[in-house]
Design a protein around this ligand. Structure first.
Ligand code: ZN
Length: 172
């Protein structure tokens, strides 16, 4: 009998997009800010869709709906390769880090050939990410979450998540 193993993303450490635009009012006018934000959002939507497509190619079903675990932003069920993305993440502007986090768990499922295993990443997590995985008392679980939060908080998180998925799930 398979135990239902779920990996849920509860509260990712994500800064608001808008905090990136702390220019003084004399430096850049408002309409420029708005255009920049709009183009960054478009870029993030494209990256979200690309990761979703790659996950589907790797045999995962990506469902945008309330996950079966209350309070989760994203969730992966190992036994049936289903990934839930809570629709609220689009309003919170954290859809991209959420799917990046779950795609790391998907790579862990591919690497474990049905089980779930760590990828053996040598990257160090940023300090702000530590509280998000250090509270797991199960050390295997803590290692799995450490990898997901580490990738999620890298400056090149999208490219990294994509390449891990391609490597471990043998996508071209
Ligand atoms: Zn997780």
């Amino acid at each position: 009998m398979l135990t239902l193993f779920t990996l849920a993303l509860l509260l990712p450490p994500v800064k608001s997009d808008y905090s990136l635009f702390n220019y003084g009012p004399n430096v850049i006018n408002q309409s420029f800010d708005e255009r920049t934000i709009a183009s960054q959002n478009k870029n993030k939507n494209e990256q979200f869709n690309r990761l979703k497509n790659e996950l589907e190619k790797a045999g995962f079903e990506v469902i945008v709906a309330l996950p079966p675990k209350r309070g989760a932003y994203g969730l992966l069920q190992v036994s049936n390769r289903k990934i839930w993305i809570n629709p609220v993440v689009f309003d919170l502007h954290i859809a991209l880090p959420t799917i990046i986090h779950e795609s790391v768990h998907a790579s862990q499922v591919c690497a474990g050939k049905g089980e779930i295993t760590t990828l053996g990443l040598t990257l160090e997590p940023i300090n702000q990410a530590r509280p998000f995985f250090q509270h797991y008392r199960d050390l295997h679980r803590q290692d799995l979450e450490r990898e997901a939060y580490t990738v999620q908080t890298q400056p090149n998180s999208f490219e990294l998540a994509l390449s891990l998925l391609r490597q471990h799930c043998q996508l071209n």
